[in-house]
Design a protein around this ligand. Structure first.
Ligand SMILES: *[C@@H]1O[C@H](CO)[C@@H](O)[C@H](O)[C@H]1NC(C)=O
Ligand SMILES: *[C@@H]1O[C@H](CO)[C@@H](O)[C@H](O)[C@H]1NC(C)=O
Length: 335
């Protein structure tokens, strides 16, 4: 069954949703990266960000309590004041100029943004019976690497994928490089974060070493966490749909080429990465996960998409990201 059919059958478009599947509108799009390049304005490449409005140039964990400092969130669940971000997709025209690719929302009413999942078991496992430990205040992590450009490097990460969408319901196959044919329904970028934690460190110098993948099998198959990272976390999955429909000229897709680049300058797709700064209020996430519900989130408070769309962060960088640009923001070469 296609995911959209399943979701429709289960009524998951109702305000209370699945194993936690929820929409978040765009919060802001700007060249900031408070996890990897804190304090740098501007940072090296453009990001699209969702979540709480305490997002800022610098968010040191010891001073910056996302849940306390945010006054709104662009996400459906008002207790989720976390921030989530990815790079931004650009179209590169034959004449060498760049145009930012818009994002389309999967949840009606959302503007841009992403769909976020938190799972205790595989997506289609309606029981959602496993016990997981929610993230702690100050927890943050990065998946993927903006400098990666080839398939071997990309194998260091699991489950960072692209779907060439025929229509809004397409969920397979998944690729780890950019699709090399026009995608009539857009390109979905999927970011699945590691699901095992060392149980001690809220972060690590590379923002990755405190988390790990299951030792064998996968999160979906219930694979055990390694002894070094024994604590099983919920799996976070981010889905971003890049609305490439205005850029689907077949002439751009000849000889294995394709016209899209990440804001980092990556034309391969192997640099796909995403950042997460936990910011759920109190124990609201753990309480939800402990409820093991699949189709409802009875303990969580929700807000309308209209309110989600109103939650914004002001532009702190002040550069043009929307014209036909002669270079990517930050001047990153395509390489
Ligand atoms: C961002 O940080 C600056 C400097 O600390 C502060 O003045 C500003 O109020 C912060 N913005 C938000 C939205 O919290
Ligand atoms: C480059 O190509 C794009 C897409 O065809 C077009 O919109 C844009 O105006 C062109 N820019 C220049 C400087 O020729």
């Amino acid at each position: 069954m296609q995911l959209n059919t399943l979701i429709a059958a289960l009524g998951l478009f109702a305000p209370a949703s699945a194993l936690l599947r929820f929409g978040c509108s765009a919060l802001t799009v700007q060249r900031l990266d408070p996890l990897v390049e804190p304090g740098m304005n501007p940072s090296t490449h453009l990001h699209q960000i969702i979540g709480g409005n305490s997002f800022n140039v610098s968010m040191p964990p010891e001073e910056h309590d996302l849940a306390a400092l945010s006054t709104c969130t662009s996400c459906q669940f008002t207790e989720d004041l976390s921030n989530y971000w990815t790079a931004v997709l650009f179209y590169r025209a034959k004449n060498g100029t760049f145009k930012r690719v818009p994002q389309s929302a999967q949840i009606q009413g959302n503007q841009g943004g992403m769909v976020v999942y938190y799972m205790t078991d595989a997506l289609f496992d309606t029981a959602q019976k496993s016990t997981v430990t929610a993230f702690k205040p100050g927890f943050r992590m990065l998946v993927g690497d903006s400098t990666f450009r080839d398939r071997e490097q990309a194998r260091n990460f699991r489950q960072l994928t692209y779907i060439c969408m025929e229509n809004s319901g397409t969920r397979a196959p998944e690729y780890i490089n950019f699709p090399t044919k026009p995608c009539p329904g857009g390109i979905m970028a999927n970011h699945r974060f590691p699901t095992c934690w060392d149980g001690k460190n809220l972060d690590s110098p590379n923002h990755q070493d405190h988390v790990a993948y299951p030792e064998s099998g996968t999160f979906e198959s219930g694979g055990p966490c390694p002894a070094t990272h024994p604590v099983r976390l919920p799996q976070i999955l981010l889905e971003t749909v890049w609305d490439t429909r205005a850029f689907n000229n077949p002439a751009d897709f000849t000889d294995g080429n394709q016209p899209f680049v990440w804001s980092s300058g990556d034309a391969s797709g192997f640099s796909s990465h995403a950042d997460y700064l936990f910011g759920w209020k109190d124990d609201s996430l753990q309480r939800h996960l402990d409820g093991h519900t699949y189709v409802s989130a009875p303990t969580l408070k929700t807000q309308s998409t209209a309110l989600q769309n109103q939650c914004k962060v002001k532009d702190m960088v002040g550069e043009d990201i929307d014209s036909w640009l002669t270079s990517l923001p930050g001047g990153n070469p395509v390489a």
